[in-house]
Design a protein around this ligand. Structure first.
Ligand SMILES: [Zn+2]
Length: 508
């Protein structure tokens, strides 16, 4: 049993509660409207093939009751009782003419906790970037930093139409991250504390991120149990995800124990895998195995496993992932920024692997804009395969909506605008130069979503409005938030620079 003979360690939730006064720019989200109908939606992308025509309805309505979708259809077929018995949310009045409504998008991979040191990936390869920026930054964070990073990351993700994130926290402060950072925002998140219990001489990191395998396992179990309880209390607004950074910073027996812990409790489990040439060479040197093959040997692969990046996965590894129902998360922006490569996503899809898409962290991508990732996925696949049809717009939309839902166990709950699904709705305006031609004369709506620039004006999670007129509702004032953020970032940069000297070879 993975917990036998473990020492008692401090509970992870004994951190002093943060005073609410630390975040004067926060406000409570409005209560959800229990029963409403969105009418006169010019174009509704249901993502539900049973609706025909790629699931695109014109002049449509959606009825929402207690956070769930109860009816979807065209205005001509809308029942009379809906016209009078519910709160009317006239799409054209609320959001103006020429709007597309889609399901909420899912970021398959984020590090919301890293958002305060955005823009520090330029010119670095993965391992160098982790060493110079990411790990010192994470080591320097205190509970207030991590909460503010979550506020900023969630605001950006929501305002670009993502309602769900599979996220990685860091080694410490998970309690503050979730309670004070994520929960106030309204974003739906799967997350967990990161395990880093092995210091590879080739890949060293600040000592304060290192934990013994015993402590890392105990802390993970307690954190996951706490998040599982929170999931029940919050209608799954936050959820547990067992999280290992990557094989290079873990002991094999720890990876094995984490996999068993996730399997025994039906929890999601995630790690980075086969991201960069430097990483896979170091794994080959240490284990004499390819990255994903080694994970399979450790029992890490299963239907609730998410492997982030998978840029250098071999055909054998892709087949293994398909066989167990694991999910690959495509991060085209991050993979390009860090010079890692372009993942062979069409090969994954052909093999039957579930594929989601994500932005990764702000420091190695800058933008947590899932639509930018969708555009990048489309054009990079065309370039890599020298085939403009390598990934279709529908492939891309599927990756951004339902691609990760199998792994989360939420296929019947999220990713479509269909009866019984949770009411995650995104209203997109069409004001950009690239979207000036009216929707009524555009027949390739899914291609338009993938290839043109649009802005999310209004976003609902479980029927609760979290973004209105392009502004996140959990923030009182963008200017006030900006002031507090920038004070915090200066201070954090100073502390993280001090930590970088902990690693002697950084000075060479
Ligand atoms: Zn990542």
């Amino acid at each position: 049993m993975y917990l036998s003979s473990l020492p008692n360690v401090a509970r992870p939730y004994t951190e002093a509660a943060l005073a609410t006064g630390q975040f004067p720019y926060l406000r409570n989200l409005p209560d959800p409207t229990a029963n409403f109908v969105v009418t006169n939606i010019e174009v509704l992308v249901t993502n539900d093939p049973s609706q025909g025509n790629l699931g695109v309805l014109r002049d449509a309505y959606v009825h929402v009751c207690d956070g769930r979708i109860t009816e979807v259809g065209t205005m001509g077929n809308m029942p009379d009782e809906l016209r009078s018995a519910t709160v009317q949310l006239e799409a054209r009045q609320v959001t103006g003419k020429n709007r597309i409504v889609t399901p909420g998008l899912m970021h398959g991979h984020t590090h919301l906790c890293q958002t305060l040191w955005r823009g520090q990936g330029e010119g670095k390869q993965l391992l160098q970037w982790l060493r110079d920026h990411t790990w010192p930054g994470e080591a320097a964070m205190d509970p207030v930093d991590i909460a503010m990073a979550a506020h900023l990351g969630a605001a950006e993700a929501l305002c670009h139409g993502a309602t769900t994130c599979l996220d990685m926290g860091t080694v410490h402060h998970t309690s503050a991250y979730v309670k004070h950072g994520i929960l106030p925002t309204g974003l739906r998140v799967w997350t967990g504390n990161v395990v880093m219990d092995h210091m590879d001489p080739d890949v060293p990191f600040p000592k304060r991120l290192h934990e013994s395998p015993e402590i890392a396992l105990r802390k993970t179990l307690e954190t996951m149990q706490h998040l599982a309880e929170l999931a029940k209390k919050t209608n799954q607004r936050v959820n547990p995800a067992v999280t290992m950074r990557f094989l290079l910073t873990s002991e094999p027996r720890t990876a094995q124990a984490l996999a068993r812990m996730a399997q025994d409790n039906h929890w999601v489990i995630q790690t980075h895998a086969s991201e960069s040439p430097g990483e896979i060479a170091a794994i080959q040197k240490r284990f004499n195995r390819a990255n994903i093959l080694m994970l399979r040997e450790l029992g890490f692969l299963g239907p609730k496993t998410f492997l982030h990046h998978c840029v250098h996965a071999t055909p054998e590894e892709i087949a293994l992932m398909a066989g167990v129902g694991a999910t690959a998360v495509h991060c085209p922006g991050s993979n390009g920024m860090l010079g890692s490569g372009i993942a062979p996503i069409p090969d994954f899809l052909r093999a039957g692997v579930h594929v989601a898409i994500g932005a990764d962290g702000a420091p190695c991508n800058d933008m947590l804009d899932l639509r930018a990732e969708m555009w990048a996925a489309k054009v990079l696949a065309g370039g890599r395969y020298q085939n403009s049809a390598a990934l279709s717009p529908l492939d891309i939309l599927t990756m951004a909506t339902t691609g990760g839902m199998h792994g989360l166990g939420m296929e019947k709950e999220l990713g479509k605008i269909a009866v019984g699904q949770r009411a995650d709705l995104v209203f997109w305006n069409q004001l950009d130069w690239s979207a000036m031609i009216d929707l009524e004369s555009n027949r390739d709506i899914i291609g338009r979503i993938v290839r043109t620039r649009q802005t999310a004006t209004d976003v609902y999670v479980d029927g609760q409005q979290v973004v209105a007129n392009g502004e996140p509702l959990f923030i009182t004032s963008r200017d006030l938030f900006r002031r507090y953020l920038n004070e915090r970032v200066s201070e954090l940069n100073r502390r993280s620079k001090e930590l970088r000297v902990d690693i002697p070879w950084l000075e060479t």
